[in-house]
Design a protein around this ligand. Sequence first.
Ligand SMILES: Cc1ncc(COP(=O)(O)O)c(C=O)c1O
Length: 288
Amino acid sequence: MTDDLLRYRSEFPILERTTYLINNSLAAMPRGVYDALHGYADMWATRGVRAWEGRWWMLAAEVGDQIGALMNAPRGSVAIHPNVTTCQAVVASCFDFSGKRNKVVYSDLNFPSVMYFWEAQRERGARVHMIKTDGISVPTERLLEAIDENTLLVPVSHVIFRSAYINDARAIVERAHRVGAHVVLDTFQSLGTVPVDVQELGVDFACGGVLKWLCGGPGVAYLYVRPDLGRKLEPKFTGWLAHQEPFGFEVGPIRYADPPYRFMNGTPNIPAMEAAQPGLKIITAVEI
Ligand SMILES: Cc1ncc(COP(=O)(O)O)c(C=O)c1O
């Protein structure tokens, strides 16, 4: 009973009554969330609309950097969205599926929500190639073989939600880059459980949520975009947060801001980002 980490147990009220073994679905709530949400209500109650300039407008970039630090993402490269499906939709909206390079490759062990999203892109021209698996592990060779010169995107999970199998992200990125494809790595089940270094992997996009292994609660997901891509991609799923001058309320087409706001769109989920702070602070202090 001398483990340094034991002092964090009292930060999670449910552990007083429960042996909690389901972070893969929803983490135990850190005690600090009570104060964080009280602070959110106080800010709204006392500052009113001025809360935006006081704290709220910059919060998404701040939370993006906090999460980014856990996966060695450079500052300013991580956008915030309410969920991973939205993150992947933003990525999809950066690409054109009408040309010859329109193949999307993944396995049947992807999380169903993102699978439904990609399947639905067939009507927009995406040619979905899904590798069949044994339901536990991904046959890497078959996945790599499917990634060819016509492949546009490879949206795959890093750690598989059904089985905890770890995809060979490095091999997938290497193969994809050799043929000019982009990898969208879903790190929902890996960030917080195994080392993730987006720069070392050279991955193009990474996304995940904070409600499982990062103890952050529902409503906050992150989207890392490799900085060189971030400067040139133009998401068509966009909105006023992505505008160079959002409060100019310009009429007509968007003039894109720099990342991370370039990859955001509508009003961010402020209470969820406030609720995510205590968990992220603990994970940052403990280190993965
Ligand atoms: C690997 C993975 N991706 C995505 C999700 C969820 O996606 P979304 O944030 O769109 O609900 C989960 C679990 O909820 C997951 O385990």
